[in-house]
Write a new protein. Structure first.
Length: 344
């Protein structure tokens, strides 16, 4: 007898993603994630949240956290998310994330979490001093996604492993509780040259909020002068740009600037190289600076305008939370029944 393949998920497509309110957003967050949110909202129902529950896995000043959430919400709006089209909310306003995360803590295996490289990177040598929340962080992330039965998750490259874990958890839950196809196995959307933007000071390190050097990143709130200056100071090499991508082998900084140009302009890296082959950085950098200023410059201004009216941002978040809960609550109700909770 041949074994039957498990039933596949047959529900609708949904996009979900989130960003932690733990510091200034930068070009990597923009190209790896935010720019895709604004595009996808017109294609598939889109849920975008601010991950304040994830943020507290490391210490956050309580008096500042709410404002940090508003800043991320402002960045979402300033980069084109439309609250009438997409559902925008704060994670902590939808308690179903935490309820599902507990069940998933009991589904996921220690060995799976032990493999997570982000925890190892963040904890360094002193993992026993980190919060347990930081360790189970990817389990909460799986709950964020699956509580909406989301099928597509636009993120940067660094989140791929968390998406693999999410699929493992979904699969094991479906098997363990005899519910084939209950949860989808969501896909990470990481395509494109902006999936892994590197530091402007070191082409082998990821552009990151936590890099001590502000010159390593372009912040969404940087003004035109700051953007242009950071690109002018970006580390490069003395060689001209090659004709093809193979010629960028071993030239991490050059490759990064070409990828940023491609991502910001919507062109392929091949097209960028076809245009600038043979030119040095003396020519390329000013062009890149102009492009970056034209795309990023208006975003910071729009964020400042939005943040001047926090009540309006709070209204957007409250409305989004209501819509998100309407979808999350039935999932958790079904999960409680499947698990056999007394309260199920
Ligand atoms: P976070 O807040 O670290 O980053 C937000 C998004 O930005 C992407 N990103 C980058 N993309 C390209 N190049 C870079 N240098 C770069 N740095 C960051 C990240 O990949 C991410 O897409 N765990 C998530 C937040 C989260 C989440 C979720 C995401 C919580 N639950 C559920 C999706 C679905 C995080 O820490 O992102």
């Amino acid at each position: 007898m041949t074994e039957q393949a498990p039933a596949a998920y047959a529900g609708p497509e949904r996009v979900l993603s989130g960003v932690q309110p733990t510091g200034d957003l930068h070009l990597g967050n923009y190209l790896g994630a935010l720019v895709k949110f604004a595009r996808l909202q017109h294609e598939i129902p889109t849920f975008i949240f601010v991950a304040d529950m994830h943020a507290i896995t490391v210490w956050q000043e309580p008096a500042k956290l709410k404002q940090q959430v508003r800043e991320i919400a402002a960045a979402y709006l300033a980069t084109g998310l439309d609250p009438k089209v997409a559902t925008i909310f704060a994670q902590s306003a939808v308690p179903e994330h935490a309820e599902l995360a507990w069940v998933f803590n009991c589904v996921a295996r220690l060995g799976w979490l032990d493999r997570m490289t982000q925890f190892k990177d963040k904890a360094g040598k002193h993992k026993e001093r980190e919060s347990i929340g930081l360790y189970t962080y990817p389990v909460l992330q799986a709950a964020d996604i699956l509580v909406y039965k989301a099928t597509k998750v636009p993120v940067g490259d660094d989140q791929k492993q968390h998406l693999e874990l999410t699929r493992d958890i979904a699969q094991k839950f479906n098997n363990d509780f005899g519910a084939p196809g209950f949860f989808p196995l969501p896909e990470a959307l990481t395509q494109g040259p902006g999936a892994r933007v590197m530091s402007l000071r070191d082409g082998t390190a990821k552009m990151s909020k936590s890099d001590p050097s502000d010159n390593s990143r372009i912040n969404l709130t940087d003004d035109a002068d700051a953007i242009a200056q950071k690109i002018r100071k970006a580390r490069t090499d003395p060689d001209p740009l090659p004709e093809t991508a193979e010629g960028l082998e071993g030239r991490a900084e050059a490759r990064n600037l070409v990828a940023i140009y491609a991502a910001l302009s919507g062109a392929t890296e091949a097209a960028v190289l076809a245009e600038y082959a043979g030119q040095g950085f003396g020519v390329f950098k000013p062009k890149l600076a102009d492009l970056a200023v034209s795309v990023m410059g208006p975003i910071g201004g729009e964020m400042r305008r939005l943040l001047a009216d926090p009540a309006e941002i709070d209204r957007v978040l409250a409305d989004g939370a209501g819509r998100a809960r309407a979808l999350a609550a039935p999932t958790v109700a079904e999960v409680k029944k499947l698990v056999g909770y007394w309260a199920g």
